[in-house]
Design a protein around this ligand. Structure first.
Ligand code: PMP
Length: 417
């Protein structure tokens, strides 16, 4: 039942059966069993509202955006730019043009590493990341270090998979120019105290880059409250399409950065002698963008807002609590990452069983989990393992699916032992 509240925090009473009907993919069978989709940290499924928005766009509106004088171009531009405003409101940025469309988190971070690197990073400067970062928040900074002679410093993670205050105080100092940290770890589920890390980094004048790929699907993000300098995320993890993502940056900082890609739309004036650049956000948006992706992301944001993060959070907390209890009861199962502040992600290993064997047997039972290093190889090295099994939940998963997972694991263990 829809209940529109004025503050838009929770506009729909959480009815899991109704919600699941919005996601057609979830009702299919895989290997003869009803699908249990627990690979949401890799990519989440799409509600009909998103699928229809993309389809309608191509049926009724498609044309290239910006600068067109004709009806369809203006209509497409309006729909695409509406998403920018929805993103702004979603993360409470001050200004629309602080929202840059990219292909995803990976491109957002690469853009920053490239553009920041050109002017602001010099030999001997330090760039700080953490041991739990996704390769997307490691390799772009390594490339920058190779180019400039800057030094990559790493905040260690404790055995529970947490970043302690002491650990980041030991690494961030006056040589630190950039601190790039994930809000939520894709492998461990740890929710980092990023507000405190940002505040500490700012005491040394460092810029802060937050990888929010795993936060937006689950929780409210307020970039003004966090006071981060940059915040990056991907549409496809938050029930939107692939190939569209966001870079948020404070206006003055984005203004000061050189462009990333050159081409159409990002220019003000071009001559063979000199090109001047367009204003924000276009300066960073060269070429024809992913228009349908942008519009689909707008529909995903509407969908999330309709349910409300408060409801999503409450429901996922229940799933996580129950999942933790049930998985803990499995003999020889070791959680990788057991942080106090954690989202509904379970990474684990079972003694004597290879994660990919376990994943394959779960798949035969219609249960989709991810196995491997989850693009966090240094973190695997820290825990002395080659990979984990990861079950990651979204608000459309159910208690019954937790039971299916646990039964599936028990069956696999009996077969493999
Ligand atoms: N950072 C984190 C924490 C992630 O989970 C992911 C995706 N697994 C990325 C970055 C990269 O996102 P994308 O592939 O959408 O660019």
């Amino acid at each position: 039942m829809l209940v529109i509240k004025e503050d838009r925090t929770a506009t729909m009473e959480f009815d899991i059966e109704i919600i699941r009907k919005d996601f057609p993919i979830l009702s299919q069978k895989v290997n003869g069993q009803p699908l249990v989709y627990l690979d949401n940290a890799a990519s989440s499924q799409k509600p009909l509202a998103v699928i229809d928005a993309i389809s309608d766009y191509y049926k009724t509106t498609h044309s290239n955006v910006h600068r067109g004088v004709h009806y369809l171009s203006q209509r497409a531009t309006t729909a695409y730019e509406d998403t920018r405003e929805k993103v702004r409101a979603l993360i409470n940025a001050k200004l629309d043009h602080e929202i840059i469309f990219t292909r995803g988190t990976t491109e957002s971070i690469n853009l920053l590493a490239s553009s920041l690197g050109k002017h602001q990073i010099q030999k001997g400067d330090e760039i700080v990341i953490s041991e739990m970062e996704h390769h997307s928040n490691i390799v772009p900074w390594q490339l920058l270090c190779e180019e400039t002679g800057a030094i990559l410093k790493v905040i260690p993670v404790n055995d529970q998979g947490e970043i302690t205050e002491e650990s980041y105080h030991n690494v961030i100092n006056e040589k630190t120019k950039i601190v790039a940290i994930c809000h939520v770890s894709n492998t461990l589920g740890t929710i980092n105290s990023i507000a405190s890390i940002i505040e500490y980094a700012h005491q040394f004048g460092a810029l802060t880059v937050i990888d929010g790929a795993q936060a937006l699907p689950h929780m409210t993000v307020d970039v003004q409250q966090l006071n981060c300098d940059f915040y990056c995320f991907s549409g496809h993890k938050m029930f939107g399409p692939t190939g569209i993502g966001i870079l948020y940056g404070k206006e003055a900082l984005l203004d000061a950065l050189p462009p990333y890609h050159g081409g159409g739309n990002m220019i003000e004036n071009v001559t063979f002698e000199k090109t001047t650049y367009n204003k924000l956000p276009h300066k960073f948006e060269a070429g024809t963008p992913n228009i349908a992706g942008g519009i689909g992301l707008g529909a995903a944001i509407d969908y999330i807002m309709k349910i409300g993060y408060e409801e999503i959070g409450k429901y996922e907390d229940e799933l996580a609590k129950y999942g933790h209890e049930q998985l803990s009861a499995i003999k020889n199962l070791r959680f990788i990452g057991d942080a106090t502040e954690k989202s509904a992600v379970f990474s684990f290993v079972i003694e004597g069983i290879h994660p990919s064997d376990l994943g394959t047997i779960l798949d035969q039972q219609g249960i989709a989990v991810r196995t491997g290093h989850h693009c966090t190889q240094p973190l695997m090295d820290k825990f002395g393992i080659s990979g984990t099994v990861r079950a990651s939940f979204a608000f459309y998963n159910t208690i019954d699916e937790v039971d299916r997972l646990v039964n599936g694991i028990n069956k696999a263990v009996a077969m493999l032992s």
